[in-house]
Design a protein around this ligand. Structure first.
Ligand SMILES: [Zn+2]
Length: 45
């Protein structure tokens, strides 16, 4: 199982989009993932 998790993490790391960021989501506890690096909305973090 840990081998599988390692593989997934490696894949995500390799293919992670550099401009992905988060916004305060419309749902209270969930941040919203945003892929638009040109968006002008305030970002989390
Ligand atoms: Zn955004």
């Amino acid at each position: 199982m840990s081998k599988l998790i390692s593989a997934i993490k490696r894949t995500l790391g390799t293919h992670a989009e550099p401009h992905v960021h988060f916004h305060q989501g419309t749902h209270a506890h969930l941040p919203e993932v945003c892929h638009e690096h040109t968006c002008g909305r305030p970002r989390l973090g």
